[in-house]
Design a protein around this ligand. Structure first.
Ligand code: NAD
Length: 252
């Protein structure tokens, strides 16, 4: 199953997996096998039920790409809860598969810090509180913290959850990928508008090959949900043209 499969990284990943012979069930708001709004609890449940109905209760791999950028508080619901709740719904179906794997899409922007209260609300599963904090951040002119905070919460959830009962002990690797600036509809204004592009390039410097095509992320996602991934779990794998290495510098 691939969420966000109607566009960008998700579509590219679904295409790549199909080329390699996998049967892929795409989930998105439109243009995919399963149509669901992952910004709501009902939408996440309906998505999981529709996927299970199509697979008879076993799912080999989950790739979650659905996401929103910008400063709308709802991005917290899609990016964090739309990923983590859906993965929780599907975990038993993954555990029923012979070689299950799961991977989410975070972002290199996590290195820029986040709204810790918002991240904690996410990690404690308090969606209403997270949305209230997100709304307050927007009202106080801190809306730009929402996206990195949602992606930081997601990366931390992956790290915590990979060792929780029912994941590693059930043979399910769980990872996240951290892209830099990917040439998809989401990043369109970041690369076409000169002022935005300069600001984005300063925030996400990419010395290796500069802005990246969605294939550069899809290949990593496809590996992490392939049977070849037997021992990588709990990692945030940066596929970002060296942005994280530039921003954080040498390892201690
Ligand atoms: P995109 O806009 O091309 O695709 C995102 C997809 O998510 C769309 O098809 C959209 O319909 C779907 N989606 C949004 N809200 C949804 C909802 N409520 N329910 C179901 N589906 C929904 O963007 P992309 O660049 O392919 O982004 C994919 C992922 O990669 C996102 O999680 C994004 O945050 C992340 N990411 C993107 C970049 C970038 O530079 N493009 C960088 C780092 C991380």
């Amino acid at each position: 199953m691939v969420t966000g499969a109607a566009s960008g990284i998700g579509r590219c990943t679904a295409d790549l997996l199909r080329e390699r012979g996998d049967r892929v069930i795409g989930v998105d708001l439109r243009g995919t096998e399963v149509l669901a709004d992952l910004s709501t609890g009902d939408g996440r449940r309906a998505a999981a039920e529709a996927v299970l109905a199509r697979t008879g209760g076993t799912v080999d791999g989950v790739v979650t790409c659905a996401g929103l950028a910008g400063t709308d508080p709802r991005l917290v619901s899609v990016n964090y809860f739309g990923t983590t709740e859906l993965l929780a719904h599907l975990r038993p179906a993954l555990a029923a598969a012979p070689r299950p794997r799961a991977v989410a899409v975070s972002s290199v922007v996590v290195v820029h810090g986040c709204d810790e209260a918002l991240v904690e609300a996410c990690l404690s599963g308090a969606e209403a509180e997270a949305l209230a904090l997100a709304g307050r951040a927007v009202a106080e002119g801190r809306g730009r913290q929402l996206y990195p905070s949602s992606k930081a919460a997601l990366a931390r959830w992956v790290r915590r959850t990979c060792l929780a009962p029912g994941w590693a002990d059930a043979g399910i690797p769980l990872n996240a990928v951290g892209p830099g600036v990917v040439l998809t509809p989401m990043a369109a204004t970041a690369v076409t508008d000169e002022r935005t592009r300069r600001a984005r390039d300063a925030a996400v410097p990419m010395p290796l090959n500069h802005h990246q095509p969605p294939e550069s992320v899809a290949e990593v996602l496809a590996f992490l949900v392939s049977e070849a991934n037997s021992h990588i779990t709990g990692q945030l794998v940066y596929a970002d043209g060296g942005a994280e290495a530039t921003l954080r510098g040498p390892l201690a």
